[in-house]
Design a protein around this ligand. Structure first.
Ligand code: CA
Length: 226
């Protein structure tokens, strides 16, 4: 898998390059926005990791130019800590994910791999993990051969978690991706929806409720039944 890294801080670039290489990912590094944009337009990369603060051309401008040139390579933005504005601008300009600095290279690798799985899933009409199958056309969920009646929101939430099986999503990510909220409504809508979903899965398969696991202080993840 080939990854383009556009990052001007050598120290960060070095740890990302060695971390990704250790996991068998091949990295091409550019240290400014202009060369990054040129490489992204020319090269065939499976993913792009793009810093926002860059000399030459900043990350947002690189992202905008790429998407308007029709380059749809999956892209993860590296943002300064808690820069909500940057994150939202980035997502609206066509970034697929973001990661706040400082980060662990393991998390970046997980995000890159999850993104690839998620985008591969976008081209498929069915998502299946273990005994649970989702049909994206009819929006039906089938568990152990029986249909689980889900609302539109429950279906979207389940699909989102199943697409990146084993990855933990926090409430904010779920609110953004499933509800389309760019703010925290300070309610427990996510928890309530998860609870309902678990109840419905459990009504068909006694182990169904354990498919969605809560990780204290971190969020939720989908785990295939053993
Ligand atoms: Ca930078």
């Amino acid at each position: 898998m080939k990854v383009l890294l556009v990052e001007d801080e050598q120290k960060i670039a070095d740890f990302v390059i060695s971390g990704l290489a250790e996991r068998g990912l091949q990295v091409t590094h550019c240290d400014n926005g202009n060369s990054g944009l040129a490489a992204a337009c020319e090269g065939r990369f499976d993913a792009i990791v793009l810093d926002i603060m860059l000399p030459g051309r900043d990350g947002m401008s690189v992202l905008k130019a790429l998407r308007s040139a029709g380059v749809v390579t999956p892209l993860i933005l590296l943002t300064a800590r808690n820069e909500l504005g940057d994150r939202l601008d980035g997502l609206s300009l066509g970034a697929d994910d973001y990661l706040a600095k400082p980060f662990y290279v393991e998390e970046l690798v997980a995000r890159i791999l999850a993104l690839r799985r998620r985008l591969a899933g976008d081209r498929q009409n069915q998502v299946q993990v273990g005994h649970l199958k989702l049909d994206r056309i009819s929006r039906r969920a089938i568990c152990e051969g029986q249909e689980v009646e889900l609302t539109t929101r429950e279906f979207s939430l389940l699909e989102y978690l199943m697409r990146s099986e084993g990855q933990i999503f926090n409430r904010r990510q779920i609110l953004e991706q499933v509800w389309g909220y760019d703010f925290d409504p300070s309610t427990n809508v996510v928890d309530v929806c998860i609870k309902r979903l678990r109840g419905k899965l459990a009504s068909i398969d006694p182990q169904g409720a354990s498919l969605i696991e809560a990780v204290r202080g971190a969020g939720y993840l989908f785990k295939a039944a053993r």
